[in-house]
Write a protein that binds this ligand. Sequence first.
Ligand SMILES: Cc1ncc(COP(=O)(O)O)c(C=O)c1O
Length: 395
Amino acid sequence: MALDRFHAQGPVTASAGGSAPRARPEVEALVAYSAPLEGRRGLLRLDFNENTVGPSPLVVEAIRAIPADHYAIYPEYDGLREAVVASLGGTGLSPGHIGLFNGVDDALHAIFHAFAAPGDRLLTTSPTFGYYTPCARMQGMTIEAIPYRSPDFAFPFNEIRAALDAGPPARILLVCNPNNPTGTRLAPERILELAAAAPTTLVVVDELYEAFSGDSVLPLLQQRLPQTPSTAVTSGDGAFAAVPNLLVLRSLAKTAGLAGLRIGFAIGAPALVERVGRVCGPYDVNSFAVTAAHAALADQAYVDGYVAEVRRARDWLLERLRAAGVRHHADGGNYLLLWPQGPTAEVEARLRQAGILVRSMAGKPLIDGALRVSIGTTPQMECFWQAYRAIEQLS
Ligand SMILES: Cc1ncc(COP(=O)(O)O)c(C=O)c1O
């Protein structure tokens, strides 16, 4: 059974709660987001789109070098925002454009906490990353999730555009680009179009997987800046001057291999980033994550090498899936969807018996019955394919 830190005994029911104080009505109605995260070590983990080989050796070295007495000191963030700006090329960005969080999940939580009130509209797509819904529900928001277009899960641009124009302005528009789990890519130009069309809506683009396809709004915003001798920004909105309502989310979890350390960034106009930061504690991001982030950002070559290997492994697997006639869907991101011939739960269980974890999409609109398979290295995908072929009796 999957246990998480709040539900070791399963969710507390109303009667089991006895006379414990009730939470806000929105929280009483909430089902916590829990994921099957236990007992995964030692298995081939193709279930959470994590980096499957671990971080740069420089990260390991940096963490080992932390003196024990430093554990006793609250974290220092000096220089980390500057390092993020440098990793993004610097143009049109200042440290004030960068918010530091315990992963993108924490950034999402803070964004909803800071901006959303009961009855506000969240506009997003479906199916998409599962944590958006509880974040909206805990604030009492109304959720409008517009389905991707069948049969190829294309982005429902016109529908989103129409929904932005209809009714009271959406409080938040959340676009996952590329989308987890469909891989759907939306051209960055179109995201800027949406942000410009809805200036009173906070437009959040979750770019967790952008490294695998290169679709990011950031280079586009930076290119659009008027060319001046110095492109560095010390004050003002800089690259976000035309879209002060846009926030971009990035993480070192999936590409740099720091998922366990929890570090992510929200990038946008300083006034927006500062507002999100108001709902966070002063030491929320821990010093191990800070040290690891410095080292990971300094070794971009390692990340680039990993991304290139994932892309090779993806092509290798796609060729096998096509040749064997397996129904599948792959677009952006380090993952793909496939539809087994046999009962999905059984195929998932048999893969687990073979030491391989994948994620069932059971219950997700449009993709119920699919398995999401994360892409790792070519030898790891060979291992997956060998097991899958045997289970599905493919030639
Ligand atoms: C689209 C998307 N956003 C955010 C997250 C969470 O990222 P982090 O580990 O940085 O909190 C995930 C994790 O799977 C994800 O798929």
